[in-house]
Design a binder for this molecule. Structure first.
Ligand SMILES: N[C@@H](CCC(=O)N[C@@H](CS)C(=O)NCC(=O)O)C(=O)O
Length: 202
């Protein structure tokens, strides 16, 4: 059984959603962020960051430990043989949108969070810069989702990568009337495995 260390954050939910959608049995250990980290988590990731998982039945039947929510998502999809289009062009496009979630949306959303909540000196012009950048990224997604049902047509790891980051920024999508993005999110929210994944992260 896969042991997963997680928490109710976008990264933590990405891992639980991935395991639920891929139908891989796992046990979730919900970790208190900022607190003492369980030994099992530190053995996989000495940084103590969630999510991290241990799969005793990894490739070749050997155990594997993994951190990084995107790596866990791709591992689960590969193990289950799901959510990655067979067509090579569609696969390349899936990676393009997954990277958009991983390197543009996620980090910008996190930066807004840190600037608004954790950086000691609040600088409104800097917050506005990153906030506008995030709105621009979400608007780009909205345009894309006005043309396709899911990011690459069929449901893929790109959608599963993005959805947890979207959840935190849903109010922004509502405030800017990003109807296609909201339609996409409602379709994902209606999936029982996604609902279970969000709940399992705590
Ligand atoms: N890039 C990593 C980021 C992992 C990360 O930053 N995890 C945070 C929570 S979302 C964490 O565990 N922080 C340690 C703590 O707050 O105690 C991923 O996608 O998994």
């Amino acid at each position: 059984m896969i042991e997963l260390y997680t928490a109710p954050t976008s990264n933590g939910r990405r891992a639980t959603i991935a395991l639920e959608e891929c139908g891989l049995p796992y046990r979730a250990h919900v970790v208190t962020l900022g607190g003492v980290k369980p030994e099992g988590l530190l053995r996989i990731n000495p940084l103590g960051d969630i999510p991290a998982m241990h799969d005793p039945g990894g490739p070749g039947g050997k155990p594997i430990g993994l951190s990084q929510s995107m790596a866990i998502l791709l591992y689960a999809a590969d193990k289950a043989g799901r959510f990655m289009p067979a067509d090579r062009t569609a696969r390349a496009q899936t990676m393009q949108w997954l990277m958009y979630a991983a390197t543009d949306i996620g980090p910008t959303s996190n930066t807004v969070f840190y600037l608004e909540n954790q950086v000691p000196d609040r600088v409104d012009s800097t917050i506005k810069f990153f906030h506008d950048r995030l709105v621009n990224f979400l608007t780009h997604l909205n345009r894309r989702l006005g043309q396709v049902e899911y990011l690459v047509g069929e449901l893929s790891v790109a959608d599963l990568a993005l959805y947890p980051s979207f959840l935190i920024r849903k109010p922004l999508a509502e405030a800017h009337g990003l109807q296609h993005l909201l339609r996409w999110a409602a379709a994902l929210a209606a999936r029982p495995a996604i609902a279970r994944g969000v709940k399992a992260a705590g």
